[in-house]
Design a protein around this ligand. Structure first.
Ligand code: ATP
Length: 234
């Protein structure tokens, strides 16, 4: 589904990624874990074509997407839930969701998709006419995920969905991610919360200082002390 090969990324003259390679198979949930500033967000931004100062290969279903303009990546079935949610606070919950359905294909069935999103997150249905800015942090995270789902993606990129949320709310969000994956959407998850991320993933990659230094089945990575030390900085 997703193939990243020898990806280098730069911010001006500063290098953020060194030859990163990773895969997400169809139907799989894969995590990128690592400490602050490791380059995790840069990987998902590169795949979503939001960060374009990159070299290497990023292929979705075998098609190299690095030459595509950002809006075309959506047509390839990729949607991103950015770090910090980035919902439009003055707009209603429903209008925020419709913003995610701008792909032609998604627009055609947007009412059915909206019903699916509301079934997944009943709290959004209850607040559909309210300004998104009035939602709690957890509800805004659900809205950001719902907005991405409105594009009917086959690959969902999630950047730190647990950030700033209470443990009980994180449980809800991660349960929803599991449900989304069970419905056939592949997931690439960036997280600092290693336990939660690896719990719902088949495989994981450990990124530090822009390099992948460990990878493997989630259950194996979870039990490795060196992995925990790297992420937690102890
Ligand atoms: P976090 O969990 O804090 O978001 P991360 O693992 O996602 O960390 P990135 O945000 O991808 O890491 O950052 C990787 C490196 O690139 C860091 O050293 C960061 O300082 C740098 N960086 C990120 N964004 C920019 C930017 N807009 N301009 C310059 N440097 C940046």
């Amino acid at each position: 589904m997703l193939e990243v090969r020898d990806l280098d990324a730069y911010y001006g003259g500063a290098r953020a990624l060194w030859s990163v390679s990773l895969d997400v198979a169809a139907g799989e949930t894969v995590s990128i874990i690592g400490p602050n500033g490791a380059g995790k967000s840069t990987i998902v931004a590169a795949v979503a074509r939001l960060h374009r100062n990159v070299r290497g290969r990023v292929a979705v279903d075998g098609v190299d997407v690095l030459s595509l303009p950002p809006h075309r990546i959506c047509d390839r079935g990729v949607a991103i839930v950015p770090e910090g949610r980035r919902v439009f606070g003055h707009m209603s919950v429903r209008d925020n969701l419709f913003l995610g359905a701008y792909r032609r294909l998604a627009r055609a069935g947007h009412r059915e998709t909206l019903a699916e999103v509301y079934a997944l997150f009943p709290r959004l249905a209850a607040r559909s006419a309210q300004p998104a800015g009035r939602l709690s942090g957890g509800e805004q995270q659900m809205l950001a995920i719902g907005r991405a789902l409105m594009a009917r993606p086959r690959l969902l990129l999630l950047d730190e969905p647990s950030l700033g949320l209470a443990p009980i709310v994180i449980d809800e969000v991660f349960e929803a991610i599991t449900t989304i994956n069970a419905r056939g959407v592949s997931v690439l998850l960036v997280e600092q919360d290693i336990d939660r991320a690896l719990e719902i993933s088949a495989r994981g990659y450990l990124l530090t200082e822009g390099r992948i230094i460990a990878e493997g089945p989630a259950s194996t990575l979870r039990d490795r002390d060196d992995v925990r030390r790297s992420v937690l900085g102890i």
